[in-house]
Design a protein around this ligand. Sequence first.
Ligand code: SF4
Ligand SMILES: [Zn+2]
Length: 333
Amino acid sequence: MIDKAVNKSVQAIRRKGLSRARARSKASSWREEDTLGSRLVDTGVVILPTRGCSWARKSGCTMCGYIYDAGDLGDTELAQLFKDAVSSLGPVEYLKIFTSGSFFDSREVSDELLQSIVQTVNDAGVEQLQVESRPEYVKAGGLSKIVDMLNAQLEVGIGLETSSDLVREKCVNKGFSFADYEKSVKICNSKEVLVKTYLLLKPPFMLEREAISDAVKSALDAEQAGSAKISINPMNIQNGTLVELLWKRGEYRPPWLWSLANVLLQLREKGIKIPVLSHPTAGGKKRGTHNCGKCDSTVLSAIQEFSKTQDPSVLAKLDCICKRHWQDYLLLE
Ligand code: SF4
Ligand SMILES: [Zn+2]
């Protein structure tokens, strides 16, 4: 599932970036609001600087630069960083841990560290814990162990990006197939673990209109596969990535906010039953999903509102002169 030419380009860019990167030694954490079922709850986010994604160390995805923020700390330091981060958050019902890689990859999170993290989560008394993983690390045995130890509902975020194997291989260089994703969702569901699927809106080498259709189809396919939630991530241009190179050459534009709103609207029209969310990184900025500059904050607020309520009317009523330009762009690009 690897396109050799794309993989080689990503590797070359990665080597250059890694030679300049400095190991991170601090965790980041913050509070936000997110939905659990139909409730808006206090949520904590912790970014733990593990050694980072093993796939990114070899090559990695065309849009991802998280590996440059990886750390080189031992288990004891990481466990303490996590404890300190959780206690600084105060009480939360929903806790999300991001390692910028895979929580179930033992090279990133060893068994000992995992046990300590679960203990800290249990002590904090959260209702739901979200972690992230590539499908190849989702194993029935390992998942059972965590579920048995954990006093909270477990949710696993999987970056599927697209349900098209062709797009995932040629445009994202993701290194796994839709069948791999389906298998990991089945394993999760068999352990009563929820799956949140991340989809990438507008991978490189795609037209805007193709990207919209791809995201809509992928969300419906992920629902069919058993995902409990979808998060649509419109492209943001990260440093040291193939996508950044294309963007700097003027060969890539991040998706319009209208395209994102259109994907969310289409999914409601097509009767998707699971929640569909989007919290765009760098929304309204040049490196993120954006419109004309005048309507960006209004459209972004409506997308936030939709993510909380799933009410399509907040998106349907939006307008701006640039909506016409976007419609032309879809036809003429
Ligand atoms: S997107 Fe995920 S799988 Fe791809 S390189 Fe980044 S962390 Fe790894
Ligand atoms: Zn506008």
